[in-house]
Design a protein around this ligand. Structure first.
Ligand SMILES: NC(=O)c1ccc[n+]([C@@H]2O[C@H](COP(=O)([O-])OP(=O)(O)OC[C@H]3O[C@@H](n4cnc5c(N)ncnc54)[C@H](O)[C@@H]3O)[C@@H](O)[C@H]2O)c1
Length: 315
């Protein structure tokens, strides 16, 4: 298998929102990319969007030489020609398990034997896509965020059949060539990002049904939860709140709302029983060593203030 830094030719299948963004991502890194879709008309729309976007970014001074960057993208309707020489193929077609399986079956016959076949699925288990295909050891989940040329995170998932070399090369390519932060998700429906996305969005919609205005739902995230979760993540944030308090609040909500709002497995009950309550006892989800709670809280205040100042400066 080619080393990540030697990857010079790639493919993206599906020239919609994500596929076009992925082709631009490769092109911005100077990597040649074949972009494929079902019709010439769809490719034409993608080409126009690419050209308009790159020109706009050039005018804003974000990139230089838009025309040269776009030369890295080959818009190719013929699937075989689009994939036959590529080292890594990113699938970004419609979120339909059987359409994705059909495509990966074709790739098994058309692509180079040692090429990597990556699915950008947002929620479908990789084992569900790969099962029964004779290329299943080369199939891996690479879930880019939108827009992929700006968003720093990529979620990677292997199935039980994915070759270890495929994971290593893919991960190195994403980190060292594309410059992304990689998180590894187990092969579970929705992976990590969309489990959060689904839970948060459905709670937001429920709150509208319970009388909260649309604007207030968004303001709670813009002025509070988005700031804290963005800085610390939900688990370190729970450490600051206190795991005992978090547990009691969850139990109350579960009882009153009649649905699970505070998931507390046995190991978490044990943690709380062991006085691992978070920052206030120096151990919770994280271990804070000898640092005093007051020093940890002061650092948190500092981080929040800097974040707020940063947001203010951006206005
Ligand atoms: N839109 C997002 O923000 C986002 C973010 C992350 C991941 N994703 C995932 O990326 C994938 C694509 O989503 P999208 O939003 O770009 O969809 P989209 O509808 O904008 O684009 C899909 C494209 O795939 C093409 N297509 C369908 N079947 C094809 C085939 N067999 N061969 C070639 N092209 C084919 C369609 O013609 C269409 O142009 C999905 O799996 C989605 O879950 C989307």
């Amino acid at each position: 298998m080619v080393s990540p830094k030697e990857i010079k030719e790639t493919s993206v299948i599906g020239a919609g929102v994500m596929g076009t963004g992925l082709a631009i991502t490769m092109a911005l890194k100077g990597i040649r990319v074949f972009l494929n879709d079902l019709t010439e008309d769809l490719l034409k729309v993608s080409r126009k969007h690419t050209s308009d976007l790159l020109t706009d970014l050039e005018e804003r001074g974000t990139i230089v030489n838009a025309a040269k960057i776009q030369e890295n993208i080959v818009f190719e309707k013929d699937l075989k020609r689009a994939v036959e020489n590529s080292d890594i193929i990113f699938e970004a077609i419609t979120e339909d398990p059987s359409a994705k399986r059909d495509l990966f079956a074709k790739l098994a016959d058309m692509a180079k034997e040692d090429s990597i076949h990556a699915s950008n699925t947002s929620v479908i288990k990789i084992s569900e896509i790969a099962s029964g295909l004779n290329s299943k050891d080369r199939i891996i989940g690479v879930h880019w965020m939108n827009p992929p040329y700006v968003a720093p995170l990529v979620e990677v998932t292997t199935s039980e059949w994915t070759d270890k070399e495929v994971l290593k090369t893919t991960r190195d390519f994403l980190e060292k060539v594309a410059g992304k932060k990689v998180v590894l998700s187990p092969d579970i429906p929705g992976f990590i990002v969309n489990r959060f996305h689904a839970a948060v969005t459905s709670e937001a919609i429920r709150l509208i049904d319970e009388g909260v205005s649309i604007e207030d739902v968004d303001d709670v995230w813009k002025y509070h939860l988005g700031i804290l979760y963005g800085l610390f993540g939900p688990l370190k944030n729970a450490d600051y709140i206190g795991l005992d308090t978090t547990y009691l609040a969850g139990m109350y909500l579960t009882q009153r709302l009649g649905r699970e709002m505070g998931y507390v497995p046995e190991w978490l009950v044990k943690k709380i029983g062991n006085n691992e309550l978070g920052v206030k006892t120096r151990k919770g989800f994280y271990d804070y060593g000898d640092e005093s709670p007051s020093s940890l809280y002061a650092k948190r205040v500092q981080a929040i203030k800097e974040e707020l100042k940063c947001k203010q400066d951006q206005k």
